[in-house]
Structures are given as structure tokens and as C-alpha cells.
Design a protein around this ligand. Structure first.
Ligand code: PRP
Length: 212
């Protein structure tokens, strides 16, 4: 597992995204729609950085990948907000990663049918080299290469979502992990000096870098 994006970089990027959204949605009533499961951590951090009032937070769950490394080419809607939560609202869809674009495109089309006043997309990560369906990202965190990303809500076979940083899997590790579904991250491999005291928004928050 190779380290790609640190917590500090994620925090500062989310602050930037929140400022952009605050600026654009002043005097408007914002509804956020998180695409489950991957966006749950990003959405939780983003919403706490927003200064504008958020009227409602809804979730849309789609599934396309199963436990395979490749997209099945289809996105199925498993759970969706009630249409009245979307109709007439200024909606920002919150997505962890746009890869082929199939999931996000399906989500945006579905929500557009519910007639929001406006519909925009905020994505933490973009993998443009893999795109199959065009997707317009209005608020973007990072562009990444064609790597299998895990951490910060993003899984491989449902694992690794809990990692505070963003990593990518090496090819050999992908194979091993796939063969052994019980393989778990060795969370306790943390050296004492890796602990650091970070002051965030006045609060002293003890965090650690996981040494995986
Ligand atoms: C991942 C990710 C995005 C989607 C992007 O979700 O969270 O929603 O894939 O891929 P795409 O652009 O190729 O469609 P996944 O379907 O793995 O479900 P999950 O969020 O529950 O992990």
C-alpha cells in the first residue's frame, strides 16, 4: 500500500472546497446528497467546514463494483432520497471519486429527474484517464492517476475505508488482498514518533500516521 495523500492535504483541500461552496451558495438553501458508501467520511468533513446553512443532508446509494477490481459498467440505485427532498432545492452531490463516471452520471441523471432548482457536483478525487461517461465536476479536490485508490472512505472489497489518509494498492497487494478476504490492515503498526499533536480550529487533536 503506497501513501498518496496525507490528512493535512485532505484537510486543507476540504477547506478550499468549503470556501468555494460558501461563496457560491450565499443566501441559498443548500441540500447535500452523499453518494454511498464511499463519500461518508468526505461528506462528514465537508459539511463541518461549511459556514452557510445546510437545510438537509440526503444519501443516494449506487453499486457498480462488487468485489472486483473492474467496473461492471452498470450502476444500480439501491437507496434514494424522497423526490420532495430534491424538488426545488439547490443540490450539491458529494462524491468521493469519479472514475469511469458511470456512478456519478447515473446519480446526477436520477436527481435531475426530481427537478432540483440547481444541481452541482463536488468530488474529492477525479481519475480522468478512466472516464467512460463525461461528468462535469464543479468542485474538485484532487486529480489522480489511474491507481487503485483506498482510504478516507474508499474501499477495496469493503476494506480500508477507515484509513485517515489516501493510499493506492500495488498490483501484488491487490492480488493478495483479493485472495484473502480476511486480510486486515495492521492498525497497530504505529511508531511512537509517528504520533503528532495537531492544533485544528483551536482544538488539540491527537492523530497518527498509520505505518502500513
Ligand atoms: C465507487 C466510488 C464512486 C464510484 C466511482 O463506489 O465511491 O461512487 O465507485 O466509480 P465510477 O466513476 O467508475 O462509477 P462503489 O461503486 O465502489 O461503491 P461504494 O461507494 O459503496 O464503495
Amino acid at each position: 500500500m503506497i501513501h498518496l495523500i496525507s490528512q493535512a492535504e485532505i484537510v486543507s483541500t476540504i477547506r478550499r472546497l468549503a470556501l468555494e461552496i460558501d461563496r457560491d451558495y450565499q443566501d441559498r438553501v443548500l441540500v447535500l446528497v452523499g453518494i454511498l458508501k464511499g463519500s461518508f467520511i468526505f461528506l462528514a468533513d465537508l459539511v463541518r467546514e461549511l459556514d452557510i446553512p445546510v437545510e438537509n443532508i440526503e444519501f443516494l446509494r449506487l453499486s457498480s463494483y462488487g468485489s472486483s477490481m473492474v467496473s461492471s459498467g452498470r450502476a444500480k440505485i439501491i437507496m434514494s432520497p424522497p423526490p420532495e427532498a430534491i424538488a426545488g432545492k439547490d443540490v450539491v452531490v458529494v462524491e468521493d471519486i469519479v472514475d469511469t463516471g458511470i456512478t456519478t452520471d447515473t446519480a446526477l441523471r436520477y436527481l435531475q429527474n426530481a427537478r432540483p432548482a440547481s444541481l452541482r457536483l463536488c468530488a474529492l478525487l477525479n481519475k480522468p484517464t478512466r472516464r467512460q461517461v463525461p461528468v462535469k465536476i464543479d468542485y474538485l479536490g484532487f486529480t489522480v492517476m489511474d491507481l487503485f485508490i483506498v482510504g478516507y472512505g474508499i474501499d477495496f472489497d469493503q476494506k480500508y475505508r477507515q484509513l485517515p489518509d489516501i493510499y493506492y494498492l500495488e498490483e501484488e497487494q491487490q492480488k493478495q488482498t483479493y485472495k484473502n478476504p480476511n486480510l486486515v490492515v495492521e492498525k497497530n503498526k504505529v511508531d511512537k514518533e509517528d504520533w503528532e499533536d495537531k492544533g485544528d480550529k483551536g482544538a488539540s487533536l491527537l492523530r497518527h500516521r498509520q505505518n502500513i
